[in-house]
Design a protein around this ligand. Sequence first.
Ligand SMILES: [Zn+2]
Length: 383
Amino acid sequence: MQFKEIIGHQDVKKRLINSVNDGRISHAQLFLGPEGCGNLPMAIAYAQYISCQNKGDDDSCGECESCVKFQKLIHPDLHFVFPVASSAEVKVKPTSTQYISQWREAVLETPYLSLANWQNRIETGNKQLLISKNESESILKVLSLKTYESEYKTMIIWYPERFNIASGNKLLKIIEEPPSKTLFILVAQDAEQIISTILSRTQLVKIGRIKEDTIQVELEKKYALESSIAHKIAHQSDGNFITAQKLIEHSATEEEFHELFKIWMRSAFKGNVAGLITWSENMASAAFGREKQKQFLKYALHLFRESLIKNYGDPEMERTANNELKFLSNFAPYIHGANCIEIIELFNNASYHIERNANPKILFLDISLKLTKLLRVQAPEFN
Ligand SMILES: [Zn+2]
């Protein structure tokens, strides 16, 4: 991750870069800032800059051997610790190492990551995410090894608020007397929740909210939004880019979904594979996002359900909006007892796989092709 990928905070970037070039890297730092400010990507960009073999004046090169590994978050001298809990996959003594591949995926998708999103991703249910004593032990082990490729070994600790006293005390010792050329970066939101002895041993790097107009420009660039819409979302997000991302994903209206659904079904009925491919690519585009993909699947399921009710049920049970009614009167006859179970299963499975980060382009194309077949199944005849 490079500094240029981080939204705003030019002053912080500059100070960090100067400290590296003046040889003033303090070994334990706290990157403190509110949710969505970008303190996590800032920490990663800083570590990448330190390790870069061809540093520029205002950023890492992005091309050297070290940068290439940093960009995939797989550099052997870059370590992450973050809160975890047990899950169906990791049943006992969960530590960050066991979740590292999910972590890399999540951060590479967006480093503006909330704890709630992280929790969903690793499917730990309602269990509280923690940095446990086991984790502290594994940190000590990792840091006792010598560096592989860089001058510095960097350990980024996300949410040090989630240390408990026992795990925090274990870590404290090493922060007090760190092995040489070791850098701790604590990435936190709430200084009051961090064990005070840890807090007092770190150097503070304060990162504020992102400025509203900076977020606006970023939204226009990244999501190709009209400036009036970008302005509104930037204003609502209050300097929190995680909120801005969420607002964008939820900004889809029913009308947009309805249009998408119509186009989709038209191609499916015609068996227009090229059309289905284009449609799937559109659904998989970055501007769409996983949250919105899930919502769309929910919406599609709702229309199939309404079709069934239209065919077999009580008209008073219909919950369709006006714009859907006309469409449904044509569409409904194709959804019936001989295909409805498979269609509903198809959509439930799709939602399940979207949650688990399936490739959306392949997934949507796969549903499209299966639907094309299912829609051609003849309705059963009743005598
Ligand atoms: Zn480099």
